[in-house]
Design a protein. Structure first.
Length: 132
């Protein structure tokens, strides 16, 4: 069966991306415990939020309201975690999709990972300095 990859152009494709990505994260030895401890039994709620987030970011359909960074601020993560997250995200996109939106999804995910890593490191440094 030869299936031709398409771009990310609909909410259905966003859901496929999000579901596949998080299935891969939940199977990853480095990331699964961090995600499962943070999300617990709220995976359905988390996935729905991620559908809305990526629908807003990639499709321009403004269904997400919120601030994505605060829930991540105190996660026990380092650069290696962000690198693995990016790798899984990029591999997921490349396996499923091709096109401008697929490229944009990878670019935006990389920028978010860089920003979140920087902000978490800044938060840790600030917290450490305030204890001294």
């Amino acid at each position: 069966m030869d299936t031709k990859k398409t771009d990310i152009l609909s909410i259905g494709e966003v859901k496929t991306l999000v579901n596949t990505f998080y299935d891969n994260v939940r199977a990853d030895d480095l990331l699964k415990d961090i995600f499962n401890q943070k999300i617990g039994d709220r995976w359905t709620e988390h996935l729905e939020k991620m559908y809305r987030f990526w629908q807003t970011v990639l499709l321009g359909e403004h269904t997400y309201n919120g601030s994505p960074f605060p829930p991540h601020m105190q996660l026990p993560v380092e650069k290696e975690h962000f690198d693995r997250w990016q790798s899984i995200f990029h591999n997921t996109v490349d396996t499923l999709f091709t096109g401008k939106k697929a490229d944009e999804a990878k670019w935006r995910a990389s920028k978010m990972a860089e920003l979140f890593h920087y902000k978490i490191e800044h938060f840790k440094a600030s917290a450490s300095n305030s204890l001294q």
